[in-house]
Ligand binder design. Sequence first.
Ligand code: NAD
Length: 373
Amino acid sequence: MSTPLSLSEQGFSRPYRVTLIPGDGIGPEITEATRLVVEATGVPIEWDIQEAGEEVYEREGTPLPERVLESIRQNRVALKGPITTPVGRGFRSVNVALRQSLDLYACVRPCKSYEGAKTLYRDVDIVVVRENTEDLYAGVEFEKGKTETLKLIEEINRYTGKALRQDSGISIKAISVFGSERIVRFAFEYARRNHRRKVTAVHKANIMKYSDGLFLEVARAVARDYPDIEFEDRIVDNMCMQLVQKPHLYDVLVMPNLYGDILSDLGAGLIGGLGLAPGANIGDGYAVFEPTHGSAPKYKGLNRANPMAMMLSAVMMLRHLGEREAASRLEGAVAEVIREGKNVTYDMKPTPEDPTAVGTMEVARAVVERLKE
Ligand code: NAD
Protein backbone atom coordinates (compact mmCIF):
# COMPACT_ATOMS: atom_id res chain seq x y z
CA MET A 1 0.00 0.00 0.00
CA SER A 2 1.11 3.55 -0.58
CA THR A 3 1.50 6.17 2.14
CA PRO A 4 -1.58 8.41 2.09
CA LEU A 5 -0.94 11.86 0.69
CA SER A 6 -2.15 14.82 2.66
CA LEU A 7 -4.90 16.64 0.81
CA SER A 8 -2.67 19.62 0.17
CA GLU A 9 -0.21 17.24 -1.44
CA GLN A 10 -3.14 16.03 -3.54
CA GLY A 11 -3.46 19.52 -4.94
CA PHE A 12 -6.22 21.06 -2.84
CA SER A 13 -6.53 24.79 -3.11
CA ARG A 14 -8.63 27.64 -1.79
CA PRO A 15 -11.58 27.93 -1.64
CA TYR A 16 -12.01 24.41 -0.29
CA ARG A 17 -15.22 22.55 -0.89
CA VAL A 18 -16.10 20.44 2.16
CA THR A 19 -19.02 18.05 2.67
CA LEU A 20 -20.81 18.97 5.90
CA ILE A 21 -23.00 16.32 7.53
CA PRO A 22 -24.86 17.73 10.56
CA GLY A 23 -26.06 14.27 11.71
CA ASP A 24 -28.51 13.36 14.49
CA GLY A 25 -29.22 14.35 18.09
CA ILE A 26 -26.81 17.09 19.17
CA GLY A 27 -25.13 16.91 15.73
CA PRO A 28 -26.83 19.91 14.09
CA GLU A 29 -26.10 22.20 17.07
CA ILE A 30 -22.43 21.33 17.41
CA THR A 31 -22.08 21.48 13.63
CA GLU A 32 -23.51 25.00 13.52
CA ALA A 33 -21.19 26.08 16.36
CA THR A 34 -18.20 24.57 14.58
CA ARG A 35 -19.05 26.13 11.25
CA LEU A 36 -19.16 29.52 12.95
CA VAL A 37 -15.65 29.17 14.41
CA VAL A 38 -14.14 27.68 11.24
CA GLU A 39 -15.53 30.59 9.23
CA ALA A 40 -14.05 32.98 11.80
CA THR A 41 -10.55 31.67 10.97
CA GLY A 42 -10.93 33.26 7.53
CA VAL A 43 -10.18 30.04 5.64
CA PRO A 44 -12.52 30.10 2.63
CA ILE A 45 -14.72 27.02 2.66
CA GLU A 46 -17.78 26.24 0.56
CA TRP A 47 -19.89 23.85 2.61
CA ASP A 48 -21.69 21.14 0.69
CA ILE A 49 -24.41 20.29 3.24
CA GLN A 50 -25.58 16.67 3.14
CA GLU A 51 -28.21 15.07 5.36
CA ALA A 52 -27.72 11.53 6.67
CA GLY A 53 -29.12 9.61 9.64
CA GLU A 54 -32.44 8.97 11.34
CA GLU A 55 -34.62 11.56 9.62
CA VAL A 56 -33.33 10.66 6.17
CA TYR A 57 -34.05 7.03 7.01
CA GLU A 58 -37.68 7.90 7.89
CA ARG A 59 -38.07 9.84 4.63
CA GLU A 60 -36.08 7.77 2.16
CA GLY A 61 -35.71 4.31 3.69
CA THR A 62 -31.92 4.64 3.86
CA PRO A 63 -29.88 6.60 6.41
CA LEU A 64 -26.98 7.04 3.98
CA PRO A 65 -28.17 8.02 0.48
CA GLU A 66 -25.70 7.51 -2.34
CA ARG A 67 -25.56 11.31 -2.91
CA VAL A 68 -23.81 11.73 0.47
CA LEU A 69 -21.06 9.30 -0.51
CA GLU A 70 -20.86 10.93 -3.95
CA SER A 71 -20.41 14.35 -2.35
CA ILE A 72 -17.50 13.07 -0.23
CA ARG A 73 -15.98 11.33 -3.25
CA GLN A 74 -16.07 14.64 -5.11
CA ASN A 75 -14.89 16.91 -2.30
CA ARG A 76 -12.53 14.32 -0.75
CA VAL A 77 -13.02 15.85 2.69
CA ALA A 78 -15.99 15.96 5.07
CA LEU A 79 -16.82 17.28 8.50
CA LYS A 80 -19.45 15.14 10.16
CA GLY A 81 -21.67 15.30 13.22
CA PRO A 82 -22.57 12.09 15.09
CA ILE A 83 -25.25 9.79 13.70
CA THR A 84 -27.54 7.62 15.82
CA THR A 85 -27.37 3.83 15.39
CA PRO A 86 -30.47 2.06 16.72
CA VAL A 87 -29.39 -0.77 19.05
CA GLY A 88 -30.30 -4.25 17.76
CA ARG A 89 -32.93 -2.98 15.25
CA GLY A 90 -33.41 -0.67 12.26
CA PHE A 91 -30.48 0.32 10.07
CA ARG A 92 -26.88 -0.72 10.60
CA SER A 93 -24.37 1.92 11.65
CA VAL A 94 -24.03 4.73 9.11
CA ASN A 95 -20.65 5.46 10.60
CA VAL A 96 -19.40 1.96 9.92
CA ALA A 97 -20.95 2.01 6.40
CA LEU A 98 -19.25 5.33 5.62
CA ARG A 99 -15.86 4.07 6.75
CA GLN A 100 -16.24 0.88 4.73
CA SER A 101 -17.68 2.44 1.55
CA LEU A 102 -14.91 5.04 1.33
CA ASP A 103 -12.25 2.71 2.72
CA LEU A 104 -11.42 5.15 5.51
CA TYR A 105 -9.17 2.59 7.11
CA ALA A 106 -7.45 4.75 9.71
CA CYS A 107 -9.28 6.33 12.60
CA VAL A 108 -7.07 8.89 14.32
CA ARG A 109 -8.15 10.05 17.76
CA PRO A 110 -5.80 12.39 19.60
CA CYS A 111 -6.27 12.50 23.37
CA LYS A 112 -4.59 15.70 24.50
CA SER A 113 -5.24 17.41 27.82
CA TYR A 114 -5.75 21.17 27.77
CA GLU A 115 -5.01 23.29 30.81
CA GLY A 116 -8.22 24.01 32.71
CA ALA A 117 -10.04 20.81 31.72
CA LYS A 118 -11.15 18.45 34.52
CA THR A 119 -8.55 15.71 34.21
CA LEU A 120 -6.77 13.17 36.37
CA TYR A 121 -3.39 14.10 34.89
CA ARG A 122 -1.80 17.09 33.22
CA ASP A 123 -0.01 16.95 29.89
CA VAL A 124 -1.55 13.79 28.50
CA ASP A 125 -0.83 13.63 24.78
CA ILE A 126 -1.53 10.29 23.16
CA VAL A 127 -2.95 9.41 19.76
CA VAL A 128 -5.10 6.35 19.23
CA VAL A 129 -4.82 4.99 15.68
CA ARG A 130 -7.64 2.51 15.19
CA GLU A 131 -8.03 0.15 12.24
CA ASN A 132 -11.42 1.07 10.86
CA THR A 133 -12.54 -1.61 8.39
CA GLU A 134 -11.90 -5.09 9.79
CA ASP A 135 -12.19 -7.04 13.01
CA LEU A 136 -15.56 -7.59 14.70
CA TYR A 137 -16.86 -4.34 13.16
CA ALA A 138 -16.80 -5.64 9.59
CA GLY A 139 -20.48 -6.50 10.08
CA VAL A 140 -20.14 -10.21 9.27
CA GLU A 141 -22.77 -11.51 11.64
CA PHE A 142 -25.11 -14.46 11.87
CA GLU A 143 -28.39 -14.17 13.75
CA LYS A 144 -29.34 -16.79 16.35
CA GLY A 145 -31.62 -19.48 14.97
CA LYS A 146 -31.34 -18.58 11.23
CA THR A 147 -30.79 -21.52 8.88
CA GLU A 148 -27.38 -20.25 7.76
CA THR A 149 -26.34 -19.73 11.37
CA LEU A 150 -27.26 -23.29 12.30
CA LYS A 151 -25.37 -24.58 9.25
CA LEU A 152 -22.34 -22.50 10.16
CA ILE A 153 -22.40 -23.77 13.75
CA GLU A 154 -22.53 -27.33 12.46
CA GLU A 155 -19.54 -26.69 10.16
CA ILE A 156 -17.52 -24.98 12.86
CA ASN A 157 -18.20 -27.80 15.29
CA ARG A 158 -17.19 -30.32 12.63
CA TYR A 159 -13.92 -28.52 11.77
CA THR A 160 -12.85 -27.59 15.29
CA GLY A 161 -14.22 -30.39 17.42
CA LYS A 162 -15.80 -27.73 19.61
CA ALA A 163 -19.43 -27.61 20.68
CA LEU A 164 -20.79 -24.15 19.90
CA ARG A 165 -24.34 -23.98 21.21
CA GLN A 166 -27.21 -24.08 18.70
CA ASP A 167 -28.73 -20.97 20.23
CA SER A 168 -25.62 -18.85 19.58
CA GLY A 169 -25.43 -15.63 17.59
CA ILE A 170 -22.12 -15.23 15.75
CA SER A 171 -19.95 -12.23 14.89
CA ILE A 172 -16.85 -12.90 12.82
CA LYS A 173 -13.50 -11.39 13.74
CA ALA A 174 -11.32 -11.33 10.62
CA ILE A 175 -7.95 -9.57 10.62
CA SER A 176 -5.81 -9.62 7.48
CA VAL A 177 -2.15 -9.06 6.68
CA PHE A 178 -3.22 -6.32 4.24
CA GLY A 179 -5.39 -4.48 6.79
CA SER A 180 -2.82 -4.81 9.57
CA GLU A 181 0.08 -3.70 7.44
CA ARG A 182 -1.57 -0.56 6.14
CA ILE A 183 -2.81 0.60 9.55
CA VAL A 184 0.51 -0.03 11.29
CA ARG A 185 2.36 1.71 8.46
CA PHE A 186 -0.09 4.59 8.73
CA ALA A 187 0.67 4.85 12.47
CA PHE A 188 4.43 4.95 11.86
CA GLU A 189 4.07 7.50 9.06
CA TYR A 190 1.84 9.59 11.33
CA ALA A 191 4.47 9.32 14.09
CA ARG A 192 7.20 10.46 11.73
CA ARG A 193 5.24 13.36 10.28
CA ASN A 194 4.19 14.57 13.73
CA HIS A 195 7.57 14.13 15.42
CA ARG A 196 6.36 11.40 17.75
CA ARG A 197 8.86 9.11 19.42
CA LYS A 198 7.06 5.79 19.91
CA VAL A 199 4.39 3.47 18.50
CA THR A 200 2.73 0.88 20.74
CA ALA A 201 0.74 -1.95 19.15
CA VAL A 202 -2.22 -3.06 21.27
CA HIS A 203 -3.68 -6.58 20.95
CA LYS A 204 -4.83 -9.74 22.67
CA ALA A 205 -2.50 -12.03 20.77
CA ASN A 206 -2.05 -14.35 23.73
CA ILE A 207 -5.68 -15.49 23.40
CA MET A 208 -6.60 -14.78 19.75
CA LYS A 209 -3.50 -16.19 18.13
CA TYR A 210 -4.69 -16.20 14.52
CA SER A 211 -6.30 -12.74 14.37
CA ASP A 212 -4.57 -10.53 16.95
CA GLY A 213 -1.50 -12.74 16.70
CA LEU A 214 -1.32 -11.97 12.99
CA PHE A 215 -1.79 -8.26 13.67
CA LEU A 216 1.15 -8.32 16.09
CA GLU A 217 3.37 -10.32 13.75
CA VAL A 218 2.73 -7.83 10.94
CA ALA A 219 3.23 -4.86 13.30
CA ARG A 220 6.64 -6.21 14.33
CA ALA A 221 7.65 -6.63 10.69
CA VAL A 222 6.51 -3.11 9.72
CA ALA A 223 8.30 -1.63 12.73
CA ARG A 224 11.62 -2.82 11.29
CA ASP A 225 11.16 -0.28 8.46
CA TYR A 226 11.09 2.57 11.00
CA PRO A 227 14.25 2.28 13.09
CA ASP A 228 13.99 5.97 14.04
CA ILE A 229 10.77 5.29 15.97
CA GLU A 230 10.59 3.15 19.07
CA PHE A 231 8.21 0.20 18.94
CA GLU A 232 6.64 -1.93 21.64
CA ASP A 233 3.43 -3.89 22.17
CA ARG A 234 0.94 -4.26 25.00
CA ILE A 235 -1.90 -6.67 25.70
CA VAL A 236 -5.12 -4.68 25.66
CA ASP A 237 -6.24 -5.31 29.25
CA ASN A 238 -2.82 -4.33 30.58
CA MET A 239 -2.89 -1.31 28.25
CA CYS A 240 -6.13 -0.10 29.87
CA MET A 241 -4.59 -0.23 33.31
CA GLN A 242 -1.35 1.38 32.15
CA LEU A 243 -3.23 4.23 30.49
CA VAL A 244 -5.18 4.96 33.65
CA GLN A 245 -2.06 4.83 35.83
CA LYS A 246 0.76 6.05 33.58
CA PRO A 247 -0.55 7.74 30.44
CA HIS A 248 2.66 9.73 30.07
CA LEU A 249 4.54 6.60 29.06
CA TYR A 250 2.57 6.40 25.82
CA ASP A 251 2.58 8.24 22.53
CA VAL A 252 1.00 6.74 19.38
CA LEU A 253 -1.08 3.60 19.94
CA VAL A 254 -2.14 1.40 17.02
CA MET A 255 -4.72 -1.36 17.29
CA PRO A 256 -7.53 -3.34 15.69
CA ASN A 257 -11.00 -1.86 15.43
CA LEU A 258 -12.78 -2.93 18.63
CA TYR A 259 -9.92 -2.11 21.00
CA GLY A 260 -9.55 1.25 19.24
CA ASP A 261 -13.18 2.06 19.84
CA ILE A 262 -12.89 1.27 23.53
CA LEU A 263 -9.45 2.77 24.17
CA SER A 264 -10.33 6.02 22.45
CA ASP A 265 -13.19 6.50 24.92
CA LEU A 266 -10.76 5.66 27.72
CA GLY A 267 -8.42 8.26 26.26
CA ALA A 268 -11.29 10.76 26.13
CA GLY A 269 -11.87 10.08 29.83
CA LEU A 270 -8.23 10.94 30.52
CA ILE A 271 -8.49 14.37 28.94
CA GLY A 272 -11.76 15.61 30.37
CA GLY A 273 -14.47 13.64 28.60
CA LEU A 274 -16.06 12.99 25.24
CA GLY A 275 -16.87 16.65 24.80
CA LEU A 276 -13.17 17.28 24.15
CA ALA A 277 -12.19 14.27 22.03
CA PRO A 278 -11.82 14.88 18.28
CA GLY A 279 -11.27 12.35 15.52
CA ALA A 280 -10.59 11.70 11.86
CA ASN A 281 -11.32 8.78 9.56
CA ILE A 282 -8.70 8.72 6.85
CA GLY A 283 -8.15 6.64 3.73
CA ASP A 284 -5.87 7.00 0.74
CA GLY A 285 -8.49 9.05 -1.12
CA TYR A 286 -10.85 10.66 1.39
CA ALA A 287 -11.00 11.96 4.94
CA VAL A 288 -13.99 12.41 7.25
CA PHE A 289 -13.50 14.40 10.44
CA GLU A 290 -15.85 13.80 13.36
CA PRO A 291 -15.86 13.86 17.15
CA THR A 292 -15.37 10.59 19.04
CA HIS A 293 -18.69 10.99 20.84
CA GLY A 294 -22.14 9.96 19.66
CA SER A 295 -25.38 11.86 19.12
CA ALA A 296 -26.26 12.15 22.88
CA PRO A 297 -30.00 12.17 21.99
CA LYS A 298 -31.09 13.31 25.46
CA TYR A 299 -29.45 16.70 24.85
CA LYS A 300 -30.88 17.20 21.36
CA GLY A 301 -32.07 20.75 20.77
CA LEU A 302 -31.21 21.90 24.31
CA ASN A 303 -28.13 24.00 23.44
CA ARG A 304 -26.28 22.07 26.17
CA ALA A 305 -23.80 19.89 24.29
CA ASN A 306 -20.10 20.71 24.22
CA PRO A 307 -19.09 21.63 20.65
CA MET A 308 -15.34 21.51 21.38
CA ALA A 309 -14.76 17.92 20.24
CA MET A 310 -16.20 18.85 16.87
CA MET A 311 -14.26 22.13 16.79
CA LEU A 312 -11.05 20.20 17.49
CA SER A 313 -12.02 17.76 14.71
CA ALA A 314 -12.25 20.83 12.46
CA VAL A 315 -8.75 21.79 13.64
CA MET A 316 -7.56 18.38 12.39
CA MET A 317 -9.41 19.00 9.13
CA LEU A 318 -7.74 22.39 8.62
CA ARG A 319 -4.32 20.79 9.20
CA HIS A 320 -5.21 18.11 6.69
CA LEU A 321 -6.10 20.77 4.14
CA GLY A 322 -2.69 22.33 4.69
CA GLU A 323 -4.13 25.29 6.66
CA ARG A 324 -1.73 24.81 9.55
CA GLU A 325 -1.64 28.40 10.73
CA ALA A 326 -5.45 28.70 10.87
CA ALA A 327 -5.64 25.29 12.56
CA SER A 328 -3.22 26.39 15.28
CA ARG A 329 -5.12 29.65 15.79
CA LEU A 330 -8.40 27.79 16.17
CA GLU A 331 -6.88 25.22 18.53
CA GLY A 332 -5.32 28.05 20.54
CA ALA A 333 -8.67 29.86 20.77
CA VAL A 334 -10.44 26.70 22.00
CA ALA A 335 -7.60 26.05 24.47
CA GLU A 336 -7.88 29.59 25.78
CA VAL A 337 -11.64 29.26 26.36
CA ILE A 338 -10.99 25.99 28.22
CA ARG A 339 -8.22 27.56 30.29
CA GLU A 340 -10.42 30.51 31.26
CA GLY A 341 -13.24 28.14 32.24
CA LYS A 342 -15.95 30.80 31.97
CA ASN A 343 -17.62 29.96 28.69
CA VAL A 344 -17.72 26.18 28.94
CA THR A 345 -20.58 23.68 28.93
CA TYR A 346 -21.93 21.63 31.86
CA ASP A 347 -19.60 18.67 31.26
CA MET A 348 -16.54 20.81 31.97
CA LYS A 349 -17.88 22.17 35.26
CA PRO A 350 -17.32 20.55 38.67
CA THR A 351 -20.93 19.24 38.62
CA PRO A 352 -23.37 18.90 35.69
CA GLU A 353 -25.88 21.17 37.50
CA ASP A 354 -23.40 24.04 37.81
CA PRO A 355 -25.46 27.17 37.07
CA THR A 356 -22.48 28.93 35.46
CA ALA A 357 -22.33 26.44 32.58
CA VAL A 358 -23.08 28.05 29.21
CA GLY A 359 -24.70 26.63 26.09
CA THR A 360 -23.29 25.31 22.80
CA MET A 361 -23.61 28.58 20.90
CA GLU A 362 -22.13 30.65 23.75
CA VAL A 363 -19.00 28.49 23.55
CA ALA A 364 -18.85 29.19 19.81
CA ARG A 365 -19.17 32.93 20.35
CA ALA A 366 -16.43 32.86 23.01
CA VAL A 367 -14.09 31.00 20.62
CA VAL A 368 -14.87 33.51 17.85
CA GLU A 369 -14.03 36.37 20.25
CA ARG A 370 -10.66 34.75 21.01
CA LEU A 371 -9.98 34.35 17.30
CA LYS A 372 -10.51 38.06 16.79
CA GLU A 373 -7.86 39.00 19.40
P1 NAD B 1 -22.76 9.42 23.30
O1 NAD B 1 -21.33 9.74 23.03
O2 NAD B 1 -23.76 10.00 22.38
O3 NAD B 1 -23.14 9.88 24.75
C1 NAD B 1 -22.59 9.35 25.95
C2 NAD B 1 -22.72 10.44 27.03
O4 NAD B 1 -21.63 11.32 26.85
C3 NAD B 1 -23.98 11.30 26.88
O5 NAD B 1 -25.02 10.89 27.68
C4 NAD B 1 -23.49 12.65 27.32
O6 NAD B 1 -23.63 12.74 28.72
C5 NAD B 1 -22.02 12.66 27.01
N1 NAD B 1 -21.71 13.41 25.83
C6 NAD B 1 -21.42 12.93 24.59
N2 NAD B 1 -21.12 13.93 23.78
C7 NAD B 1 -21.22 15.06 24.48
C8 NAD B 1 -21.03 16.44 24.17
N3 NAD B 1 -20.64 16.87 22.96
N4 NAD B 1 -21.24 17.34 25.15
C9 NAD B 1 -21.59 16.98 26.36
N5 NAD B 1 -21.78 15.70 26.73
C10 NAD B 1 -21.60 14.74 25.78
O7 NAD B 1 -22.85 7.83 23.33
P2 NAD B 1 -24.11 6.86 23.35
O8 NAD B 1 -25.15 7.43 24.25
O9 NAD B 1 -23.55 5.53 23.58
O10 NAD B 1 -24.64 6.91 21.85
C11 NAD B 1 -25.72 7.69 21.39
C12 NAD B 1 -25.89 7.41 19.91
O11 NAD B 1 -24.76 7.87 19.17
C13 NAD B 1 -26.01 5.91 19.58
O12 NAD B 1 -27.01 5.76 18.62
C14 NAD B 1 -24.66 5.56 19.02
O13 NAD B 1 -24.71 4.49 18.12
C15 NAD B 1 -24.30 6.84 18.31
N6 NAD B 1 -22.84 7.02 18.13
C16 NAD B 1 -22.45 7.60 16.98
C17 NAD B 1 -21.11 7.87 16.75
C18 NAD B 1 -20.72 8.53 15.47
O14 NAD B 1 -21.55 9.10 14.80
N7 NAD B 1 -19.46 8.50 15.08
C19 NAD B 1 -20.16 7.53 17.73
C20 NAD B 1 -20.59 6.95 18.92
C21 NAD B 1 -21.94 6.70 19.11
